[in-house]
Design a protein around this ligand. Structure first.
Ligand code: ATP
Length: 359
């Protein structure tokens, strides 16, 4: 039995705005699930319904098989870390960490033991006497995480917990949170708009858009088997290249490159004759030397960005634009012709109308 079940969950705000539509998800105990999507897609609203901070308008929410729609936040056995750390400014780090336990009436010596243990895990031992204002953003974030993990709860909810940190701190905290999850084994739901966080931290990702779940799966599934143009474009950096083309005599013209779709679509090809489709390929899914089962693509180089570990090449394919990601040693000269090969398995085709992947 799933530990957390969301069955046809909907949120309609009092002003009539329908923020979440028929959200269905089963989460196993110990899983790390990430809700990802652009701003306003309904991920925080869903998290807040799980936390009990927002009413569920329609649908069933179960914890351990028991209906929890009407349970108060404390009853649900949930600890939450918010985007704003929400630390008590007048309390020391020690007291911030221990406060939840104090409220629960836990003995002082037990609190001390637990605070010291959590402080050690999070590298806060030397800061226990400080007030939050005397800490860096990253240290404050650690206190916020510590305050959540100190309580023995079944479920951790985190809403964009790293958004106030700089890029370097984010990378560090990302792996720390993953490590803490591994150690505590607590079921975690984590909200972010950052696909890198989702890809690196999640056991499973729930990708949302406009209040609708688009796809649920492992990071690998979303990356390699996106169900539609939205997911394909949202997951991956730089994003997948998309070029709209019309199928003519089983071929498409991608910026002057005549490509035979037969090897890619087989018997499905006839269904798309005369129709518009979306031709997609990831910047990194190309090869520079001729290989079997691939399309030759001719392009010209508009701009290159050498990033150290790779180079992004901004190319023109006829009138179309695309980005390629190559080894920095293969960085081409600007304004030169650039030929590359696109293996068939790296080509994604989507229905031009529904934007669903054509398998
Ligand atoms: P962000 O990353 O910006 O926080 P989100 O995906 O978490 O975005 P939500 O905060 O869940 O999005 O909001 C989803 C939608 O619901 C948005 O369009 C938002 O404007 C709307 N919304 C949020 N709170 C309310 C409210 N109290 N009343 C009406 N609409 C609301």
């Amino acid at each position: 039995m799933a530990y957390i079940t969301l069955k046809d969950i909907n949120k309609i705000y009092p002003n009539g705005f329908h923020a979440v539509h028929n959200f269905n998800l089963e989460i196993e105990q110990g899983e790390f699930v990430v809700f990802v999507g652009p701003s306003g897609c309904g991920k925080s609203t869903t998290l807040r319904m799980i936390a009990g901070l927002e009413d569920i308008s329609k649908g069933d929410f179960l914890i351990n098989g028991k209906r929890a729609n009407e349970m108060g936040p404390r009853e649900r056995g949930i600890a939450m870390v918010f985007q704003s750390y929400a630390l008590y400014p007048q309390m020391t780090v020690f007291d911030n960490l221990g406060f939840g336990l104090t409220l629960e009436g836990v003995d002082e010596d037990v609190i001390e033991e637990k605070v010291l243990k959590v402080a050690k895990i999070l590298g806060l031992t030397d800061y226990l006497d400080r007030l939050p204002r005397a800490l860096s953003g990253g240290q404050r974030q650690r206190v916020a995480v510590g305050r959540a993990i100190i309580r023995k709860v079944g479920i951790f909810l985190m809403d964009e917990p790293l958004s106030n940190l700089d890029a370097k701190q984010r990378v560090t905290m990302r792996s720390e949170i993953t490590q803490i999850h591994r150690e505590t084994g607590a079921t975690t739901i984590y909200v972010t708009h950052d696909q890198t966080e989702a890809m690196t931290m999640a056991d499973r990702i729930v990708c949302m858009k406009d209040g609708y779940v688009q796809q649920i799966g492992t990071p690998k599934e979303l990356y390699f088997e996106p169900v539609n143009v939205f997911v394909a474009g949202f997951i991956g950096e730089p994003p997948m290249n998309f070029i709209r083309v019309t199928v003519k005599n089983g071929h498409v013209n991608v910026g002057g490159n005549d490509l035979d779709l037969k090897p890619r679509l087989g018997s499905k090809l006839s269904a798309y004759e005369g129709k518009e489709i979306v031709f997609g390929f990831r910047p990194e899914a190309i090869v520079l030397n001729k290989t079997e089962n691939s399309y030759l693509m001719k392009s010209t180089v508009e701009l290159t960005e050498m990033l150290g570990d790779n180079t992004n090449i901004y190319i023109n394919i006829g009138d179309e634009k695309a980005i390629l990601k190559v080894d920095p040693h293969d960085t081409p000269e600007l304004d030169t012709e650039f030929d590359f090969y696109l293996p068939y398995e790296g080509v994604y085709l989507f229905d031009g109308v529904t934007e669903k992947v054509i398998k």
